[in-house]
Design a protein around this ligand. Structure first.
Ligand code: BGC
Length: 807
């Protein structure tokens, strides 16, 4: 162990905690500082801390995550947090938190590993769906409200992942090199707001920040979190993200998750050897117990666990999914569907049949239920309507034709044909193809359970393994649309060029301890063409088309492209050419490119909309509800025109170092600073009605100002608008500043003709910049531009204000 110097500590604690600390043995103290195995008593939670029954300290159960408790039991699966962000509604964030907090308590959990608040920095981020926005104010507001909602239910919230966990690519080893001003103004405001909201715990990230692992980063965990922000809760590591004993404890890490590799026997030895003062163990224990005490877990004063309320959960989920919908395009009022267009419909696309409930990874929740969107559309369209369905672009593949195999064989060993435990099945033969083509091989196989061992079948083509060993961690990452087949099997696919002629094919499938379901499927140019042709036929024979397009993302890996996968771009182009009344419903985590945009009538962004997504989508398509969400992130025009394009140092990093070269110009700030036109700007979202803005007034108040304006619904339908206030830079601050930054916003619903006067306050923080020279916020007093509008690029009112220097 390096020679560390541990300064003396003030070990005072609340009475009950101090009394416990006096009585706890060193072993007992250490047992409170790391995860362990719940010994057959697991509900599937991600983390478990053994209690000390002798002293009435109960065990702690810690469950993921951001869309509800991820357990072996069913729970309400809420929409992805990025969808929540699209509501621009702290009220809905609070009710979202209320639902997941209630569910967690009802399902035996004490700590929720939620919310994630890392800023969306790169469009490729695999977890963009799990977090909120590219704008720090929106992140801060929503995290505050969500934590309030979670903790009001008696569940301890965990804000994660401190800090700069803005990408999944090499997330456990990458060092985020980010200057002080950028870190303070961009990724940190969400964490700061969480601390101010009283969050019980903080999860330190996998990655390093400016050269030090987050889990042993004293600048983050002590100087910032404790000394400056006054955090009194406990800090846990991300899963297997702890790297040391002394340096981590000294830096301010209190709990290692999910095991005690460092904070178990090694910590005990370090204390006994005199390398770590026991006071530091006490400090960490005190922090854990203080939070437990605050939530009534030490004296039995916590309210008894409530029953689940699946109905209320579903209701809130649907309300949020509706409020999150962003109408990106609506040419000549294509939506809502009315008249013939609502009675003669072709529904096309995989996520039109299989509901896209949530993304992949640790946030995946087993939903109570989820309706297929085409069923919800049929239900809403009514019995007299004609609603056809076509897959359009297959993902899971078709059986390999018998005629191509010698000897002939069925590669479907599922259901009654599944392999029994320890059974094995092998195939050695040839696959003959008639012409040069690209073949996609799709393997489906079942695993024992999400955490259990997977018996991966071996499949070799011309002697080369098509699916080489998968990394262990990937086995955790169920969820998403394409990670699992509709009948519940794990799946992977690979596309390879195949020359005309015979190819050797071998399969080696083994039943293992649990038996095995196994399938090998395929896709070729011919199968793709026939799927497209079927979709085009369906599109031609219907009055209007609702085409569901998807982009799947998961924790653990970033996206390689912003293009829609699985030939969906070609499908949309073909369908739109056959029927111009094509509405694209998008289920995506982050931005996608849309080469077909001008050819389709409408695009409705539904994100990953949770277990009520189908009902929400149908209600919006038919106009029972109106879309009122706004983009919490910018959509670039193409893959070369966004803040981290074309520079590997900036993203995905070189030699495990990623440099935040865009500085404070994250997201829309970059597009504005470089005058780049996006596909859809931050804050964009249309309505089924129109809004007019007027009467801008600004009034200096305190160290900020009030801004007032009117919004009028000038159309003939009820509608929802999110009015947005942006401020320009302060001349007196010689620091990088945004051309315009979101400073306030208000979601409002207006009846036709209704006018609402909106008054919003822009506070001091929104007018300040962080000075790395003086290590403090500098107030941007003096004249500032103020603009109000419907998106960051649709600004309807312009004015200015003189921000006072002194109150
Ligand atoms: C994720 C965390 C999650 C934890 C427990 C980690 O891989 O980064 O967000 O809470 O696993 O499942």
């Amino acid at each position: 162990m390096p020679d560390l110097s541990f300064p003396p500590l003030d070990v005072s604690a609340p009475d009950r905690v101090a009394a416990l600390l006096d009585r706890l043995t060193l072993d007992e103290k250490i047992s409170l500082l790391h995860g362990d195995d719940p010994e057959g008593d697991s509900l599937g939670e991600a983390g478990h801390v053994r209690g000390v029954p002798r002293l009435g300290i109960p065990a702690l159960r810690l469950a993921d995550g951001p869309v509800g408790p991820r357990l072996t039991a069913r729970a309400t699966a809420l929409p992805a947090p990025v969808a929540l962000a699209a509501t621009f509604s702290p009220e809905l964030a609070e009710s979202f938190g209320g639902v997941i907090g209630h569910e967690a308590r009802a399902l035996g959990q004490d700590v929720l590993l939620s919310p994630m608040v890392n800023q969306i920095r790169t469009p490729y981020g695999g977890r963009n769906f799990e977090t909120f926005s590219e704008d720090p104010l929106l992140c801060a507001d929503l995290v505050t409200a969500e934590i309030r909602g979670i903790q009001a239910q008696g569940t301890i919230a965990t804000v994660k992942h401190l800090a700069a966990n803005n990408q999944e690519h090499r997330r456990t080893s990458v060092d985020a090199t980010v200057d002080e001003q950028t870190l303070r103004e961009m990724d940190l405001p969400g964490f700061e707001a969480a601390v101010r909201a009283g969050v019980g715990s903080v999860m330190a990230a996998y990655n390093s920040v400016n050269g030090a692992f987050s889990c042993e980063n004293a600048d983050l965990l002590t100087t910032l979190l404790r000394d400056e922000w006054g955090f009194t809760g406990f800090v846990m590591s991300d899963w297997w993200a702890t790297h040391s004993v002394g340096p981590s404890l000294l830096a301010g890490l209190d709990m290692e998750m999910p095991t005690g590799e460092y904070f178990g026997i090694r910590l005990k030895k370090a204390v006994l050897d005199g390398d770590v003062p026991e006071d530091y163990v006490d400090r960490a224990v005190r922090r854990v117990l203080t939070v437990m005490d605050r939530f009534g877990l030490l004296d039995g004063s916590a309210p008894s666990r409530p029953a689940r309320d699946a109905t209320a959960g579903a209701r809130a989920t649907q309300e949020i999914a509706i409020a999150a919908a962003v109408l990106l395009r609506n040419d000549r009022g294509a939506l809502p569907l009315t008249g013939h267009g609502a009675r003669s419909l072709a529904v096309i696309g995989l996520s039109g049949a299989v509901p896209f409930v949530s993304g992949g990874g640790s946030s995946h929740v087993i939903p109570d239920s989820a309706t297929s969107p085409v069923d919800a559309i049929r239900h809403r369209a009514g019995e007299d309507a004609s609603v056809t369905y076509a897959l359009g672009a297959d993902y899971f593949g078709k059986p390999v034709p018998d005629a191509a195999l010698s000897p002939a064989a069925s590669f479907d060993r599922t259901g009654p044909d599944a392999l029994a435990p320890d059974d094995s099945w092998t195939y050695e033969g040839t696959l003959t193809v008639d012409e040069d083509d690209e073949w996609t091989f799709v393997v489906h196989w079942s695993q024992r359970d999400e955490f259990g061992p997977v018996t991966r079948p071996g499949i070799a083509l011309d002697g080369t393994d098509l699916f080489p060993e998968l990394p262990d961690l990937e086995e955790l990452f169920a969820g998403g649309l394409t990670g699992t087949t509709p009948d519940g099997l794990r799946t992977r696919s690979i596309t390879v060029p195949l020359a005309a002629g015979a190819h050797s094919l071998s399969v080696d499938a083994r039943g293992g301890a649990d038996g095995l379901n196994f399938r090998l499927q395929h896709l070729t140019s011919a199968t793709r063409a026939s799927d497209t042709a079927e979709a085009v036929r369906a599109a031609r024979s219907a009055d209007s088309v609702v085409l569901f397009a998807w982009q799947d993302t998961t924790e653990g890996e970033d996206l390689g492209t912003l293009a829609l996968p699985a030939a969906q771009n070609e499908l949309i182009a073909a369908v739109a050419a056959a029927n111009p009344r094509t509405v694209v419903v998008l289920n995506s985590s982050t931005c996608v490119t849309m080469p077909w945009l001008d050819d389709v009538a409408a695009v409705l962004q539904m994100w990953y909309s949770g277990q009520q997504g189908a009902e929400a989508t149908a209600a919006l398509l038919f106009g029972d509800e109106a879309p009122g969400g706004k983009l919490p992130l910018t959509f670039p025009a193409d893959e070369n025109s966004h803040p981290v394009a074309g520079d590997p140092d900036s993203y995905p990093g070189v030699d495990d170092k990623v440099t935040y070269k865009e500085g404070i110009h994250v997201g829309y700030r970059w597009y504005d600073a470089h005058d780049v036109t996006p596909l859809f700007p931050f804050g964009h979202g249309l309505s089924y009605t129109e809004f007019a803005y007027g009467d801008l007034r600004t009034t200096p108040v305190g160290l900020g100002f009030d801004v007032s304006f009117t919004v009028r619904n000038t159309g003939s339908r009820r509608g929802t608008e999110v009015a947005q206030v942006y401020v320009g830079p302060a001349e007196r601050l010689e620091l990088p500043q945004a051309v315009r930054a979101l400073a306030a916003y208000q979601r409002l619903s207006l009846e036709p003709g209704e006018v609402q006067q909106v008054v919003l306050h822009v506070g001091r923080r929104q007018l300040s910049s962080w000075s790395a020279a003086t290590h403090r916020w500098l107030h941007g007093s003096g004249e500032r531009d103020v603009a109000v509008g419907s998106s960051s690029r649709d600004l309807r009112l312009h004015g200015s204000v003189v921000v006072p220097e002194h109150e």
